[in-house]
Write a protein that binds this ligand. Structure first.
Ligand code: FES
Length: 234
């Protein structure tokens, strides 16, 4: 994972636009008085959705709104790879290279991205169309290897499916999201191994009256036993 530094070129200032300002006040109000710092991630996310990335002035603006030291907001922004600390291209491809994805072939996904886009991690194509980033676990290990584009996940990737998706974006399409191997959601590859029963099948109902009578009879039998009967339970 590369070091996450703030961009060298920074804008002079940042302010939330009218609608986002209202939304940020709404988010802050969700938290108890004195706990406004809990809104730091949603506010940074909103700043990123507004500008495309998180600049130093945006970090300072969020810190001021939440009455936090700037360093605390900076720590959050630099820790989570979901925050772009540099401007990104129109299509931002984030490839997970953490353990599950590596074991399931993310090296091929990375190779496909680099060869098709002719850029490396942290770089943007000369026409500003694509940025390629390496990220830590995207939280979709069960469908590894995974790449994220904006809010969408492309899962069960391999070299060919990754190239196909990138070519789709190049043509201005929005390739189908989710598993690229054809499996349903996170279901096992091949046949289902659990929950295989027919969910519409009627389950035999237990007769609660009969069950209650049996329980009461057992209790009565136990109570009738002599006090020194070792089988008697209190
Ligand atoms: S390791 Fe890649 S999604 Fe978790």
């Amino acid at each position: 994972m590369s070091v996450r530094n703030l961009a060298i070129d920074q804008p002079a200032s940042f302010v939330f636009t009218g609608e986002n300002l209202e939304q940020s006040k709404y988010i802050i109000a969700k938290y108890p008085v004195g706990k406004q710092a809990s809104a730091v991630i949603p506010l940074l996310d909103m700043a990123q959705r507004q500008e495309g990335w998180v600049s130093r002035p945006a970090i300072e603006c969020v810190a001021k709104m939440l009455d936090m030291p700037v360093i605390r907001v900076l720590e959050v922004a630099t820790f989570y790879t979901m925050f772009n600390l540099q401007p990104v291209g129109r299509t931002h491809i984030q490839v997970c290279t953490s353990l599950s994805c590596v074991l399931r072939g993310s090296n091929d996904v990375v190779k496909a991205c680099k060869e098709t886009l002719r850029i490396g991690f942290g770089e943007t194509t000369s026409d500003g169309a694509f940025t390629l980033s390496e990220v830590e676990c995207a939280g979709a290990c069960v469908n590894a290897p995974v790449a994220q584009v904006e809010d969408d996940y492309y899962e069960d990737l391999d070299f060919d499916s990754t190239v196909k998706i990138i070519e789709g974006f190049k043509r201005g399409e929005r390739p189908t999201i989710g598993s690229q191997s054809g499996r349903t959601g996170s279901a096992p590859v091949g046949e289902p191994t659990s929950l295989t029963e027919d969910p519409t099948k009627q389950v035999e109902k237990q007769d609660l009256v009969v069950a209650k009578m049996a329980f009461q009879k057992t209790q009565a039998d136990l109570a009738a036993r002599p006090a020194d009967d070792p089988g008697k339970k209190v």
